[in-house]
Design a protein around this ligand. Structure first.
Ligand code: NAP
Length: 282
């Protein structure tokens, strides 16, 4: 298969650390596509102009990373429902009418990871507890509501941020204080850590899992380390667990498919490649 001249890139500031070129480069090679995927560092003071002129950038599409996801969304002529709900876009393309289009695939990445590693996880689509209320939490709440979870509870250190997400998403979303954690764990089908606690260099996420039901699925979106203390503790008591690296890999799938015309697969080989590059031991 060939697609000469088709070039996409990770855009943001900084972009040197991004693993997106590794992920997309792996798929281009694996699928024999003659495209390219590079890096474009967009200085904050030029970001608005850059994204507004994206259709003349020479790229067929781009990923957008911090701190430009909101700026990119504002520059788009069309947004998918996730990007609209989050006010942030991480995937751009130009459609055949010349419109700059934006999607937010973080929520899809979250879903793709659980679909792959815990098939059927959403069949009862009941109650979820999301710890954290940052950008990732917002994507996860969107994703859970898209799978018809009936109750999505949010707990965060800064209570106002949890409340803001619950207010924005409305029906089925509820903000709580930390002291309600124990009670909530008893009715949770899915527990997700979306804070940066537990990440190498950060304090651990210290929660008492005593009340968590034995069959509740536990997912940590932190992937360095891969097996966080939360996942270790949950696995030790017999709960099914899913780590976070797959979310990173699956969020890249829709962009690649749109730009290069083939839906790529998240393979064990890709997982290992990216973890090795991150210096994460499995
Ligand atoms: P963010 O917008 O900066 O949000 C950070 C969250 O962590 C907030 O809820 C914050 O609480 C909480 N937090 C930070 N330090 C804390 C502390 N000491 N005690 C209690 N809570 C604390 O970041 P984000 O984009 O949502 O990302 C959050 C984490 O998810 C990061 O580790 C990131 O690497 C990871 N992530 C993974 C993927 C993936 O693909 N697997 C995707 C996105 C993000 P406050 O609101 O109170 O500050």
């Amino acid at each position: 298969m060939s697609a000469p001249g088709r070039k996409a890139a990770i855009t943001g500031h900084p972009v040197a650390h991004s693993r997106s070129p590794l992920i997309h480069g792996y798929w281009l090679k694996q699928l024999g596509i003659e495209g390219e995927y590079g890096r474009v560092d967009v200085a904050p003071e030029t970001a608005d102009a850059y994204y507004r002129a994206f259709s003349t950038s020479g790229l067929i599409g781009a990923n957008v990373t911090v701190p430009h996801k909101e700026t990119a969304a504002k520059a788009c002529d069309w947004l998918d429902s996730a990007a609209k709900a989050m006010g942030a876009a991480n995937t751009l393309w130009v459609d055949d009418r010349g419109r700059i289009c934006g999607a937010n695939t973080d929520g899809l990445g979250f879903l793709g990871n659980l679909d792959q590693l815990a098939p059927g996880w959403d069949q009862s689509a009941g109650t979820a507890l999301v710890i954290g209320a940052g950008g990732a939490a917002r994507a996860i709440v969107w994703a859970l509501l898209s799978r018809k979870f009936t109750s999505v509870h949010i707990i965060n250190r800064t209570a106002e941020k949890a409340q803001k997400i619950a207010d924005e998403f409305g029906t089925g979303t509820f903000a709580h204080s930390w002291d309600e954690l124990g009670t909530l764990l008893g009715k949770t089908d899915l527990l997700v850590n979306s804070t940066s606690l537990g990440m190498t260099g950060n304090p651990p996420l210290e929660i008492d899992l005593t009340n968590l039901r034995g069959d509740a699925l536990v997912n940590d979106i932190v992937y360095a380390p891969l097996e966080t203390d939360l996942l270790k503790a949950a696995a030790k008591r017999g709960n099914p667990v899913v780590d976070g690296i797959g979310m990173l890999l699956h969020q890249a799938v829709p962009g690649f498919e749109r730009w290069f015309g083939v839906r790529p697969e998240v393979t064990d080989e890709l997982r290992t490649l990216v973890l090795k590059d991150l210096g994460v031991t499995t």
